[in-house]
Ligand binder design. Structure first.
Ligand code: ADP
Ligand code: MG
Length: 258
């Protein structure tokens, strides 16, 4: 049965190391295990979504979609039950530096998604690079929602106001509203600073911060090197528990302030 509406969600933050890829892969697998049909798209030329799932990033991927107009349906790979992946591919970086194509360049991903069999998915999660270049713009134009992982260190607050400017501009250019969510990641629960960061984002983004904070958990850091998600690797770990709970937040729109 076709979805009522596919939720297309970009996982974005210009800061590196905040847990974008970890969240894309593990939130995606949690949703798939809850019975939803999910596609993961890797818009980061580093290609870590592929490797985190045990695939080779030199397979044909979004590089061919964006550079050579290949169809998404022809390159998607089934990664797990209910979970497909569209890898970055080895040439995705070239797209970021493309100077031809004018304003249409920003809408390439959106167009490619529209001409794919998108309605077979409940969720499409797009892992974004830590930059606000053409790849990020494509992700934002294609997405109806944005999830911003905010890690529990003080510096992670600094990029947020710039992120808000970019979002506002993207909404103007894309001509549609983009729903915003924040998720606390890499939380060291007993640390004062971590608590402080969480308090701040709750204050500045009322109604937009997901209920579940993702704790710092060693199994989450280990599993990508085995090509495994946290559910393949340690399904009873704190990391698995947190991402299962975050999936429920996303499904139900559950936030920290109710
Ligand atoms: P980004 O995609 O934003 O650059 P990653 O998801 O790659 O960030 O995470 C950066 C590093 O931190 C990786 O080594 C990852 O395994 C680790 N990491 C991310 N989230 C957690 C967590 N909750 N607990 C422990 N390590 C984490
Ligand atoms: Mg990443």
């Amino acid at each position: 049965m076709a979805s009522v509406k596919t939720r297309i969600i970009a996982i974005m933050n210009q800061k590196g190391g905040v847990g974008k890829t970890t969240t894309t892969v593990n939130l995606g697998h949690a949703l798939a295990q809850a019975g939803y049909r999910v596609a993961l798209m890797d818009m980061d030329p580093q290609g870590q979504v592929a490797t985190s799932l045990g695939f080779d990033n030199t397979l044909p991927g979004l590089d061919q979609v964006l550079l050579e107009d290949k169809a998404i349906d022809d390159i998607k790979i089934n990664a797990r039950d209910n979970l497909d992946v569209i890898v970055a591919g080895s040439r995705l970086n070239e797209f970021e530096h493309l100077s031809s194509g004018g304003i249409q360049r920003g809408h390439k991903l959106q167009k490619a998604l529209q001409s794919s069999s998108l309605n077979q998915y409940d969720f499409v999660l797009i892992d974004c690079p830590p930059s606000s270049g053409l790849l990020g713009v494509n992700a934002m134009f294609a997405a109806g929602e944005l999830v911003i992982p905010v890690s529990g260190d003080y510096l992670s607050l600094q990029g947020l106001s710039r992120m808000m400017q970019i979002l506002k501009r993207a909404e103007e250019l894309a001509g549609h509203r983009i729903r915003l969510w924040l998720v606390s990641t890499r939380m060291q629960m007993r640390r004062k600073l971590t608590e402080e960061v969480r308090k701040r984002i709750l204050k500045y983004f009322p109604g937009r911060v997901f209920y579940t904070p993702i704790r710092e958990n060693v199994a989450l850091a280990e599993c990508p090197s085995f090509g495994k998600t946290i559910f393949d690797y340690k399904k009873n770990s704190a990391g698995a528990e947190d991402y299962r709970s975050l999936a429920l937040d996303l499904i139900n729109g559950r936030t920290a302030d109710g």
